[in-house]
Ligand binder design. Sequence first.
Ligand code: 5AD
Ligand code: SF4
Length: 476
Amino acid sequence: MLDLTINKVHDEARQGEAFAPFADDPNQYKKRFYIESYGCQMNFSDSEIVASILNESGFGATRNYEEADLVLLNTCSIREKAEQTVRKRLTDFRKIKEGRPGMLIGVLGCMAERLKAKLLEEEKLVDMVVGPDAYRTLPGLIEEAETGQKAVNVLLSREETYADISPIRLDSNGVTAFVSIMRGCNNMCSFCVVPFTRGRERSRDAESIVKECRDLYNNGYKEVTLLGQNVDSYYYVNEEKDEIVNFANLLEKVALISPDLRVRFSTSHPKDITDEVLHTMARHENICKYIHLPVQSGNSRILQLMNRTYTREWYMAKVDRIREILPGCGISSDIIAGFCTETEEEHQDTLGIMEYSKYDMSYMFFYSERPGTLAARRYTDDIPEEVKKRRLQEIVDLQGRLSKESNEKDLGKTFKVLIEGNSKRSDNDWMGRNSQNKVIVFPKENYNLKKGDYVWVTVNDCTQATLIGKIQKLEA
Ligand code: 5AD
Ligand code: SF4
């Protein structure tokens, strides 16, 4: 099997997780729901909003779908494989539903939005289909489904940001949290289904974002990641205060909550990230020096077909600018292999731009045609699968080398690390991240540290994916 990614997050293979956010007596709830999330961080964040809406209407969560009255799958459509994973998962639930006919099954998220009522015909066991902007109507839809009717709401909104809903943190480590700052996307990259599944771009009220981040900090969280499909086009007009807040302004507002609260963000579109954002990052130690800057392709003709609105040279100049204003900043990317009509030389340009940008990490995919997108309508998906896979493997291999080289450069350096929990391998080791988003594992020794603490760690070894270190000193 191809190893398609390194540390991938926007990953259809990132399996759904079930959660039990409520520690109190489960019997206090009239019904129980089980939710699994697939796809991007935004979807995981949306599931926390859904949990909050359901909790308000008397539902408690369970980790065990066999005892749930309501099973929800929050789905992703970004690649065909993502949808196949969900379809397979639905067959698991079919058996359970046969034994428990009262159990309701709901499909949420991007697949719900893309397929709409058609999903009910194709998957007979599904009772509800609910798009990403319709979660407030879930309680009513559940009531409708309980009467035996199928319930669908896939209306997209120009305003909905769920700004007033306090997400219930699901399966949280208590240290890091995602905060959604905008929804939708206006970019129309030709390969991408997101504008169709998540609708028009809209920014969430800045004050509600700052309040959510402050509440998280007051509850012991030490890191927030501001989430949006295209965070750099964040733009909120506060009419009461006669104030305009752009992304740089928002970053600053969140950074000022406390120097002890780390701030991250994802995802940036290379065309929109401004010098103002880079300078704001430079000014605040607690804004992490890490930028996810998806290139998609290193060839200008392909970039044009993709409707990315920048050229190879323009992207390279952006990387230069980041290195100039933020020396030592981590940069990662998303890369698509085998887009329509891509030649071998054009593929070589992608390898070349990876070398130039020296990505610390990348999420790598081969092109998967999505119905309804500009590319599906306009271009032929003409690169044979074996060629796509071979090109992808070359990209994966190169990224492996670049990641290793990047980690080797850190040998001997000392980083401020936020402890996120025990290392996966051993309870005697901590796992944390540095500002550049690299994972560092190090022995606990006899220090009295806990997760959520900052500590200085010197790197003495590494693999392709992880830095290995030793505690240098405690945070002053
Ligand atoms: N095929 C392959 N990869 C895709 N992505 C988005 N749409 C497609 C597609 N049709 C990738 C892009 C994007 C990431 C989230 O997923 O690289 O940045
Ligand atoms: Fe998948 Fe994109 Fe929807 Fe996220 S926004 S769930 S990546 S299709």
